[in-house]
Design a protein around this ligand. Structure first.
Ligand code: HEC
Length: 119
């Protein structure tokens, strides 16, 4: 009886390990490089969204500073896939690699802004 229990817990342990690995792989498993995000943001995005991500050149352009990285990443992938349609941002997003998106999302999320939550 005890043997059976041991066998079961060993199986569950292995299963949990496999699940953790799968989740890690699914998350992209690529650490974002905030410095590279800033570099790209300065070169490209600052022209419209402001150097601090918080001073857009037009009031209709969104503030990126302090938004959740998950949300920014999602928005950029949606523009790339034309799931979110905007001629300006669609064209911008299509120039970005997956790594660029990770880095940019982390950079803008790290900036203080009206949309950041108090930590
Ligand atoms: C030519 C001007 C311009 C440039 C350059 C630009 N954007 Fe945008 N961005 C916009 C506009 C306009 C919108 C709003 C589009 C819409 O309504 O969906 C926007 C929206 C966004 C959004 C969605 C924000 C939200 O709150 O939903 C993200 C994220 C974003 N831009 C990121 C970037 C990044 C990252 C770069 C640099 C690679 C960049 N943008 C470059 C004009 C620009």
């Amino acid at each position: 009886m005890n043997d059976l229990r041991d066998l079961r817990s060993a199986r569950y342990g292995a299963l949990a390990g496999t699940l953790a690995l799968a989740l890690f792989a699914a998350s992209g498993a690529q650490a974002a490089d905030v410095a590279k995000g800033k570099e790209k943001a300065d070169q490209v995005c600052a022209a419209c969204h402001g150097k601090d991500g918080n001073t857009p050149i037009d009031p209709s352009y969104p503030r990126l500073a302090g938004q959740h990285a998950d949300y920014l990443r999602h928005a950029l992938h949606a523009y790339q896939a034309d799931q979110r349609r905007n001629p300006i941002m669609g064209a911008q997003a299509k120039q970005l690699s997956r790594a660029d998106i990770e880095n940019l999302a982390s950079w803008y999320a790290s900036l203080p802004g009206p949309l950041s939550h108090q930590r």
